[in-house]
Ligand binder design. Structure first.
Ligand SMILES: [Zn+2]
Length: 307
């Protein structure tokens, strides 16, 4: 869902492809209708279960590269899917997107956007993509995953339509919720876009983390407290030395014991690359799955010189 990790030329190509698709859909109003999108692209969606493998076996039997069948034994695909704990698959030959039916419903839209992303990027066509929780994360190390996420964000947020609305809105959770509702996307993905797209020239960071007082909320499967650390372009340039741990320390210091809804609204300090103390306005909101936080630069604090 981000441009971080995507090359300039690739990002440009992906934007052009999405622009054409949105044009062919009649430049729709938000939210983007995924049924219409699939119909236009001639894609099918299927929901598989690792308990009942009929669909997966059926797909495996038909995956071919040229004339060669990829899976000599269809159970090999089933085993691969089960072992890697995949939550989705893109099967180019059959124009099928397969989603694990046990993945929570609110995540389906993003996952589907990501898999459609693989399908519309011409240089992804020769791969069979299996996506697990890790590669579907908005921050992925693999370039192709970042590209599929970028395509998903371009489609689901209707390109400039989102940037325009975001710029006309304040950066606060009230706006993030309103925009998430209008575009039909989750609070997390909307927070992400707001941090990166609303004003790339302003230093802004965002975090998706565990709740410091209730670790059962938001802690990752591997026990990690920090799920995502999101940064605007200006933040990356001016606050490159701020680690996810440094930013999370501010969340830990300010978090109240409120379990749901607004958790804190506070100003705190981060150092920029020149070592200056910079004040950030921060707001944190708990959607009961994780703690979402953003921080926006306010001012450089004047240095007090002792005489
Ligand atoms: Zn993928």
């Amino acid at each position: 869902m981000i441009s971080e990790g995507v090359g300039e030329y690739e990002a440009d190509d992906i934007r052009k492809i999405v622009t054409r698709i949105l044009h062919d859909l009649g430049n729709p109003e938000p939210p983007l209708n995924l049924t219409h999108l699939r119909a236009l692209l001639n894609l099918n969606i299927g929901y598989y279960s690792t308990a009942n493998t009929t669909l997966l076996q059926d797909v495996a039997a038909r995956v071919r590269v040229g004339a060669k069948q990829v899976f000599e034994r269809p159970m090999l695909l089933v085993e691969a899917v089960t072992k890697a704990k995949l939550s989705a698959l893109w099967v180019p030959d059959t124009k099928r997107i397969l989603i694990d039916e046990t993945v929570p419903k609110p995540k389906h839209r993003w996952i589907e956007g990501h898999e459609v992303g693989h399908s519309i990027i011409p240089w992804h066509r020769e791969f069979l993509f299996g996506d697990n929780e890790y590669t579907l994360d908005p921050v992925c190390h693999a370039i192709v995953e970042a590209e599929a996420n970028y395509a998903a964000s371009q489609m689901l947020f209707l390109q400039q339509r989102f940037s325009r609305e975001a710029r006309d809105s304040n950066l606060d959770f009230k706006s993030i919720k309103a925009i998430a509702g209008r575009f039909g996307n989750t609070l997390t993905t909307t927070l992400w876009r707001m941090v990166e797209d609303r004003d790339p020239a302003a230093p802004v960071f965002g975090m998706v983390t565990a709740h410091p007082h209730y670790p059962e909320i938001g802690t990752g499967d591997g026990g990690e407290s920090i799920r995502y650390f999101i940064r605007s372009q200006a933040f990356r340039e001016q606050f490159g030395s701020v680690t996810p741990e440094t930013a999370f320390a501010l969340v830990e210091r300010n978090a109240t014991r409120r379990k749901r809804g607004p958790v804190f609204d506070a100003n705190d300090v981060l150092h920029n690359v020149n070592g200056q103390q910079c004040e950030f306005r921060m707001e944190s909101f708990c959607n009961s799955h994780a703690l979402l936080t953003y921080g926006v630069f306010v001012r450089v604090r004047p240095t007090l010189i002792a005489v």
